[in-house]
Design a protein around this ligand. Structure first.
Ligand code: BTN
Length: 241
């Protein structure tokens, strides 16, 4: 379903679910204009109306436990990655945990909101924002780019959406079949800055280190001079210079 205008496609789906209306597995809500898009870490997500993909997918992955939430993040990130790979090739990376990068610039991100029931995931609202045909980005969104800026061509939003959805479905089915290791290894191999000596900041302290792994639960493992340390999203910042 496509909405002309909505605050946030994630909030829209959440509201339907909280009114106890049944929503079929795989429902996709896309917005032409999302005026209060939400990003990670309480950020807002801005996208010029009509030029970008802003959509949410509802899945009911009751076969996944709360501890396996990051496996869904991996599957969705890999689905977006594979959909874009034929266009963007080897400069395409996944910046931990789930940003989609081209070189050092961000072209997309996702906000996955899980609703748990006991130890299991009952619903997962998977919100994806991808910059497609937008050419200008406001100051302050310094490292944003789009497919148009990279390839100098306009793309049909619905075609890219269809590719993303079918690739996410493929990875979702891998999880359903219990192939967690396959998805984990592939996700790791696509990571931005994997095994590269880089600068990071944590707790006001700048240090050099190298990304070595992502724990099953999604924590980032960085090897430092003092040994390996794990970080969650709020604890670590990647420093580009
Ligand atoms: C991020 O990189 O911070 C995540 C951005 C997620 C944006 C998408 S757009 C569709 C869906 N609805 C929202 O309000 N957010 C997500």
């Amino acid at each position: 379903m496509t909405l002309k205008e909505v605050d946030s496609t994630n909030t829209f789906l959440k509201n339907i679910l909280s009114n106890s209306k049944p929503v079929p597995d795989g429902t996709v809500i896309m917005a032409e204009h999302q005026y209060a898009g939400r990003g990670q870490r309480e950020n807002t997500w801005h996208a010029e109306p009509g030029k970008n993909l802003t959509f949410s997918i509802l899945l009911n992955p009751t076969f996944l436990s709360a501890q396996q939430q990051f496996d869904l993040t991996r599957a969705v990130s890999m689905g977006v990655y594979d959909a874009l790979y034929p266009l963007l090739r080897d400069n395409l990376k996944i910046k931990w945990p789930n940003d989609i990068y081209y070189g050092d610039k961000k072209i997309g991100g996702m906000l996955i909101e899980n609703i748990l029931q006991g130890t299991q995931i009952k619903h997962s609202i998977i919100g994806i924002g991808l910059n497609v045909n937008q050419e200008n980005f406001a100051a302050g969104t310094g490292n944003a780019t789009s497919i148009k800026k990279i390839l100098q061509k306009d793309y049909e939003l619905k075609n890219i959406l269809a590719e993303i959805c079918s690739n996410i479905e493929a990875y979702y089915l891998q999880l359903k079949a219990g192939r967690f290791e396959f998805v984990r290894n592939l996700y790791l191999s696509r990571l931005y800055w994997l095994n590269e000596r880089r600068k990071f900041k944590s707790n006001g302290h700048v240090f050099e280190g190298s990304i070595k792994n992502v724990k099953d639960n999604g924590l980032l493992v960085i090897e430092k001079e003092t040994g390996e340390q794990t970080y969650n999203l709020k604890e670590i910042e990647f420093l580009n210079r």
